[in-house]
Design a protein. Structure first.
Length: 129
C-alpha cells in the first residue's frame, strides 16, 4: 500500500512528532511505501537546520532528517508556511535578500500542488496535527 503523510504538528509537541515518525518507520518495516511526507503549518519547523536541542531532550529534527535521508523519502515543506516561519532555501534566501538559508538539505520547498499530487498517487493520506 502507498501512503503519504501530512505533518502539521509543531516540533514542541515532541510526543506527537515522534508518534508520526514511529508510524512512518512502521509503514516501511511492514513493506508499505511512502510516496511523500508533506510538512505544513507548524510542521515545517521540523525542516529548520537552525534548531538546537538541550542534551536532555529528544532532538526530533535530527531524528526526522536521519529517517528521510536513510530511506530516501520525498520530504516537502509548504513554501508559504515555511517562508512565514523564516525557513528558506538558497533560492528564497537570494530572492528575499536574507543572509542565510535555514532549510535542512533533506527537504524541498514546494507548493500545495505537491500535496495534491501526494493524495492522487497514494492509497492513504494520513495527517498528524
Amino acid at each position: 500500500m502507498i501512503f503519504s503523510l501530512i505533518i502539521q504538528c509543531s516540533p514542541q509537541k515532541t510526543e506527537l512528532v515522534l508518534t508520526a515518525l514511529d508510524f512512518a518507520r512502521t509503514l516501511l518495516r511492514n513493506q508499505h511505501k511512502i510516496h511523500r511526507i508533506f510538512f505544513y503549518g507548524e510542521g515545517v519547523l521540523l525542516a529548520s537546520s537552525a534548531n538546537v536541542f538541550p542534551q536532555d531532550e529528544t532532538d526530533v529534527h535530527s531524528a526526522w532528517r536521519a529517517f528521510i535521508a536513510e530511506n530516501q523519502i520525498d520530504a516537502v515543506t509548504c513554501i508559504a508556511a515555511s517562508l512565514r516561519r523564516g525557513i528558506l532555501n538558497d533560492a528564497e534566501k537570494i530572492r528575499y535578500e536574507k543572509t542565510a538559508a535555514s532549510l535542512a538539505p533533506e527537504y524541498d520547498l514546494s507548493g500545495l500542488g505537491q500535496l495534491i499530487d501526494a493524495s492522487v498517487h497514494s492509497d492513504k493520506l494520513i495527517t498528524f496535527a
